[in-house]
Write a protein that binds this ligand. Structure first.
Ligand SMILES: Cc1cc2nc3c(=O)[nH]c(=O)nc-3n(C[C@H](O)[C@H](O)[C@H](O)COP(=O)(O)OP(=O)(O)OC[C@H]3O[C@@H](n4cnc5c(N)ncnc54)[C@H](O)[C@@H]3O)c2cc1C
Length: 277
């Protein structure tokens, strides 16, 4: 029909669906699959249904690091990094991509999904601690440096890349004040400590996220406690069903949001429920 629904009302077990073009439809069952709404005000046309809506907040976004020097490494990705949000329990390990605006990649997107509400409360202003070598900690890396210094005193530090993309390794060396031609024997303890910290606890100030349009999913929507999980029928309005992102369900990356939309659509359309066939 390709038409906007303006209103849903029910009376004596019958649903009335009013379209924007003025057309009025009558239905025994209604399935609401309007997707996620990014603003609470967009749920206004559903207010009369008596449902509670979990405040919508964006999910699956990337972190902005305005004017941060690391963004010069745009396009560099690290297969396994650990990112922790300061002052929270949010921590994720996985691929991280450096972009021209900040940090992206699966580990960041997962953090944004698990932390959708918490990061929204922080106004998307927080510190993130990145370990580019999550299999090491400060102590184990220090032991490695001691070993390298002992075994290869004449070797340039630059040539002892611990497995990072070359541009990132050079960047972290420079940030720690380690010159390109510096040899292990001449590496000052202060610079070594700074380099080790950069490798396992690189702190960035996140300020903002990618804009709404680039986001994939909205967390929030119809509260799940008001919906029968077996049929996805409203507990408030008989014969009103919900499917997809309009429900307060959001998933991490990996197709889980599509899967939820399809599966909930299949459940809501009720072909598995004999009295609706
Ligand atoms: C750019 C982008 C990329 C994505 N990539 C992925 C991915 O790779 N993997 C993944 O799992 N998920 C992904 N998602 C998320 C996924 O697309 C959604 O979770 C999924 O499409 C939700 O399905 P839905 O049917 O609930 O809602 P939608 O697909 O949003 O469909 C809802 C439809 O209802 C219409 N509608 C809304 N209100 C009304 C109204 N009042 N009257 C009539 N029609 C109305 C809307 O216009 C829309 O056409 C992506 C999303 C975006 C935006």
């Amino acid at each position: 029909m390709n038409a906007e629904v303006r209103q849903l009302t029910t009376s004596n077990g019958q649903w009335t669906v009013t379209l924007a073009n003025g057309q009025v439809l009558s239905a025994d069952y209604v399935c609401l699959a309007s997707g996620g709404y990014p603003k609470a005000s967009m749920f206004a046309w559903l207010q009369n249904l008596g449902h509670q809506f979990a405040e919508p907040v964006p999910s699956l976004f990337t972190f902005n690091l305005p004017r941060h020097p690391v963004t010069a490494l745009m396009g560099v990705s690290v297969e396994k990094a650990r990112v922790k949000i300061e002052g929270s329990k949010l921590v994720e390990e996985g691929p991280v991509l450096i972009t021209h605006w900040g940090l992206s990649g699966p580990a960041i997107l997962r953090l944004s999904a698990w932390g959708a509400r918490e990061l929204s409360v922080k106004g998307y202003q927080f510190k993130a601690h990145v370990s580019w070598l999550p299999d090491f900690n400060e102590q184990s890396l220090k032991e490695n440096f001691q070993e390298w210094r002992r075994l290869h005193p004449a070797k340039k530090v630059l040539n002892q890349n611990p497995g990072l993309p070359a541009r990132l390794w050079q960047f972290l060396l420079e940030a720690a004040g380690v010159k390109e031609d510096l040899r292990f024997a001449d590496l000052p303890a202060k610079a070594e400590n700074a380099l080790i910290r950069n490798l396992v606890d690189y702190v960035v100030e996140v300020s903002g996220k990618t804009t709404f349009k680039e986001e994939f999913v909205t967390a929030g929507g119809i509260q799940l406690s008001e919906v029968d999980a077996n049929t996805l029928m409203s507990k408030k309005q008989p014969n009103l069903f919900f499917a997809g992102e309009v429900l307060d369900v959001d998933g991490i990356t990996g197709g889980f949001n599509f899967q939820h939309a399809w599966t909930s659509g299949w459940i809501a359309q009720g072909l598995h429920v004999t009295d609706r066939i």
